[in-house]
Design a protein. Sequence first.
Length: 262
Amino acid sequence: MKILFISALLYSCNNQTTSSIDPSQRDTLPYSKTTVNEYSHYFLKEADQLDTTYFRATYPIFKDSTINTLIASIVHLEGDTSMDDAAHRFINSYNEYVEDNNGKSTATWNRDLHIDVVSNTPAVLGIRTKQEEYTGGAHGDHFTLFSNFDRQSIQPISIDDIIPKENKAKFVQIAEQHFRKQEGLKSQDPLSGKYFFEEGKFTLADNFMLEKDNILFYYNVYEIKSYAEGNTELRIPYASFKELISEKGLHYIKSINSLAVN
């Protein structure tokens, strides 16, 4: 497969960055949304179309530099120091792959990264990181990560901050009941075989987000099910375990509800 180099197109589209101000009036931390695009200078011709490897990221930039440092610590999972560095490294990896194969490639790569602010209150900052990536093979990879921070301490919020350890066992029982109902399972049905729970014992995902009426636990692909089964979202209404929530947890939930859109 012949790889075409089209410098004119690269000049017009490579390394594009755009910004726009987020219009939300409910957010307590002001920020803008920025998009970074970068493309490989190697193009793959298929029939009458040209395709190329790209990196695309959309993410918030806060006026508070401390928050930006916080966001960077959870977004750059591979040690990059900036989104531009992440883009350069990804594109350079593809370019090196092509050059090591004498200028030939059978497929283009891509990475789409979206970082969104899902909670922005005086008490809680919640961030969702979604990434889709393809670097060859039968299928691409994708994941969603949620990060929650206490606005006063600027520290991560753990599930232990929401559910005290002495209430954890009872909460896990309630969560398993909701999981079984969602999956159409009876109380005696095993959680092995189709599911990847260790020793067939239900466990909570570390990945969670506080919503208006529920706590969301998010299991990415391969965590508890096969790739074909996809992701699993487990929502547990606060009303079903309100007596187990800590004072700090109630404070977070109240803060989210105070700014929630009906």
